[in-house]
Design a protein. Structure first.
Ligand code: NAD
Length: 489
């Protein structure tokens, strides 16, 4: 069984831990590797080496730093199929979904290549007679990201290309559930010949995370994962004087107005709810049918949900893959049972269905429930699985009121052909990413990945100019130069 190593200071080295965790292929049930559970010693070594590397790296001109990123983009593009296959084997999603992640990672590298202009300062001449004032942006030192399981490729790229381009050194800590994908990417990145210590990979779980949060060399922490852990990371990281951006969980509503286009809307709803088997932070979870939309859309929504083929992600027929772990599958099934016991009706039941030849995989087929009572877990909690909750309200105002009382604010979508309904929605809804006739409002890399309420803790989000601000600090300089001081030649 392959035991994964850390990549520190340009070398693959064994973790100092004695404890290794099995990494399972969720689609087949096979154990594919073992990952170190992680320890403080590994992380502290990586942080010390990164801090040493920073002194040299920050003095490389930005133009020189981005040459490595151009190469990074080519490496990802040339190896996209291999990376996507590993991602599918570890995460359970379909090959097409994994490939799309690589594209998103590349987009972020491309945007970070604009650092020479994005990082530029500002200059005011003569703020007083003979005195100029300007601001320059400088890197912070060492940054680290803590990634979730559901996007093994993409999420770390929301952060580290910008961090490196700005002149920081970096440590990536992938999810212990999907550690092989980033390991392979780092193997491929050896070809970059980055100065040792500039980019490091440290595996592990809670102990490694705690070491990140307490190591004094680490100045900036980017986290993506569940809300409970996001809150912990934010409070412990800031308590230790670090900049922290922590993206949390979600429970995204999608509103359907009676005037929406039926074909596009129902197809997009199925894609949004069941893409990545519902394990996406932008997946629609509660579908709110307004007024007559119930009559018009309900049956077609269920038909489109039924039409999704669930299978192992590397099988060409697969339109929906597996759930990350057996525990997670059981957790989702329990949420459905709890809803049922409190009066909900299961209109499409994905439980207890085998996927032929992949009986050992963690599969749950598309599920649709309605009339979920407010005190059931399905109403309150992030389900993070292929479960659609249908809700019926009378007016758009009712829908907005319902959305705005929720604890999360990651995304909210509306389907309508009315410009004024769409405008009202985007103006009034309390969520950071809004979709108008879009089911997964994932911002391009040149926009911030917003998130409000309990879906985000911090100020500056991942991607775009936000990332540049997050990974730099401003230095303001006020200069006086009298003409009479200048030596006459
Ligand atoms: P998770 O919170 O369990 O784990 C995320 C990371 O935190 C992992 O690297 C893990 O090792 C670490 N971790 C887990 N428990 C910890 C603890 N007690 N102390 C310290 N570190 C800990 O999340 P997950 O299950 O891997 O990912 C799914 C979650 O991520 C969902 O809630 C989803 O909504 C969220 N997510 C959010 C976004 C976003 O942009 N807002 C994007 C993707 C996923």
């Amino acid at each position: 069984m392959r035991r994964l190593k850390n990549y520190i200071n340009g070398e693959w080295i064994d973790s100092k831990t004695e404890v290794f965790l099995d990494v399972e292929n969720p689609g087949t049930g096979e154990i594919i590797s073992q990952v170190p559970q992680g320890c403080k010693e590994d992380l502290d070594l990586a942080a010390a080496k990164a801090a040493e590397a920073f002194d040299e790296w920050r003095n490389f001109p930005a133009e020189k730093r981005i040459q490595y990123l151009f190469k990074m983009k080519t490496i990802l593009e040339n190896n996209a199929d291999e990376i996507a296959s590993i991602c599918t084997m570890e995460s359970g999603k379909t090959f097409a979904e994994s490939k799309a992640e690589v594209v998103r990672a590349v987009e972020n590298i491309e945007v970070a290549c604009g650092i020479p202009t994005m990082m530029q300062g500002e200059f005011s001449e003569d703020i007083s007679s003979g005195i100029d004032e300007f601001v320059i942006r400088q890197p912070l030192g060492v940054g680290a990201c803590i990634a979730p399981f559901n996007f093994p490729v993409m999420i770390s790229f929301w952060f580290f290309p910008y961090a490196l381009a700005c002149g920081n050194a970096y440590i990536v800590k992938p999810s212990e559930k999907v550690p092989g994908t980033m390991t392979r990417i780092f193997e491929l990145f050896e070809e970059l010949n980055l100065p040792n210590g500039v980019l490091n990979l440290v595996h592990g779980a809670k102990e490694t995370v705690d070491a990140i949060l307490t190591n004094s060399e680490i100045k900036a922490v980017s986290f993506v994962g569940s809300t409970k852990v996001a809150k912990y990371i934010y409070s412990k990281g800031t308590e230790n004087g670090k900049r922290v951006q922590a993206q949390g969980g979600a429970k995204n509503p999608l509103v359907v107005m009676p005037d929406a286009d039926i074909e596009t809307t129902t197809r997009i709803i199925a894609d949004s709810v069941y893409g990545c088997a519902g394990q996406r932070c932008l997946a629609a979870s509660t579908i709110i049918l307004v007024g007559d939309a119930k009559e018009k859309f309900k049956d077609k929504i269920i038909d489109d949900a039924k039409s999704k083929t669930t299978c192992y992600g590397l099988d060409k027929s697969s339109q929906m893959g597996a759930i990350i772990t057996k525990e997670s599958k059981i957790r989702i099934e329990k949420i459905i049972e709890d809803a049922e016991s409190k009066g909900a009706k299961v209109l499409l039941d994905g439980r207890n269905k085998n996927v032929k030849t992949f009986e050992k995989g963690n599969y749950l087929l598309p599920t649709v429930i309605e009339n979920v009572s407010e005190n059931s877990e399905a109403a309150e909690k992030e389900i993070f699985g292929p479960v659609m909750n249908l809700k019926y309200v009378d007016t758009l105002d009712d829908a907005i009121k319902f959305i705005n009382t929720g604890r999360y604010g990651n995304a909210a979508c509306i389907f309508t052909t009315s410009g004024s309904a769409a405008r009202k929605f985007r103006h009034e809804v309390l969520a950071g990413n809004i979709g108008v006739n879009i089911g997964v409002p994932a911002p391009m890399a040149f926009f911030p990945f917003s998130g409000w309420k309990e879906s985000f803790f911090g100020d500056l989000h991942g991607q775009s100019k936000h990332a540049v601000e997050f990974f730099t600090q401003t230095k303001v300089v006020i200069e006086r130069w009298h003409e009479e001081w200048t030596r006459k030649f």
